[in-house]
Design a protein around this ligand. Sequence first.
Ligand SMILES: [Mg+2]
Length: 314
Amino acid sequence: VRERELIQTFTRPFGVARAPRGPGDDCAVLPPSRGELCVTTDAVVEGVHFTRRHFTFEDVGHKALAVNLSDLAAMGARPSWFLCALGLPARTPDGEVQALGRGMSRLARASGIALAGGNVTRAREWSVTLTCAGEVPPGRALLRGGAGAGDLLYVSGTLGDARLGLARLGTRRCPEAQARQRRPSPRLALGLLARPFASACIDLSDGLATDLVRLSEASQLGARLEVERLPLSAELSREMRGTAWRWALGGGEDYELLLAISARRAAGFERACRSAGERVTQIGRLTAERGVRCLDGDDRPVRAPAGFGHFSGI
Ligand SMILES: [Mg+2]
């Protein structure tokens, strides 16, 4: 009985979904896709990804969905449905479950994704595990491995803010960076816009340094990155001065997109981004020579932040 109440409390803000049908049956009933499905899963766990002191449950609901949607954005997929598995401590107040549902459903509505089903289980601490699906036309998903030597590297938005926000949680400083940490914005519109232009794409969950290595290795290439081109917010530049680039490079949880665009498509891509109001910055290029090199304004190699041992070639 308690479980049914909890499920009702959680699902109420999502409203009634028509297609997919669910939740409430033994399975979600979904129409077959005409294109291809991109499916991803990710968990947000209390004490690992959030603490009650610094996150409201609305934040947690938002972030759990946002990090999954960011993976769909990276594939150029249009969000369609998701499943949500909750782990709840004993005697979890209804208010917490309600707030989680509120935060998640608001982003779900804004992103055009429907809750199709899920599960509730007793657990030692809070955990929110989502499985999200999106659609792309056949063969059109943006992969990490499609880039060619000479392709230009672009990132969306600004980098390092979520890391700054993490460092400032519990203070009144850097409210915008704290918002980036609590409620990241998945770049779904940019992923869709980039589909005809990009040769490869990845979302920045673990820091540009790490994710650039992933993209370039998947494409069997190397990269040169110009540190002075990294897009920085006013807050990060002000707080970190000359060392801001370190968090832009190694910070993690940016949930921006890193895109490879062939030189002949770059002008068209930039024009499309400008007219859509999407901020993108060219930060370097992919090279036939393997390894990622990180250069300052005078083309001198700079040392990557500590903790990124596999950031090779420097
Ligand atoms: Mg990802």
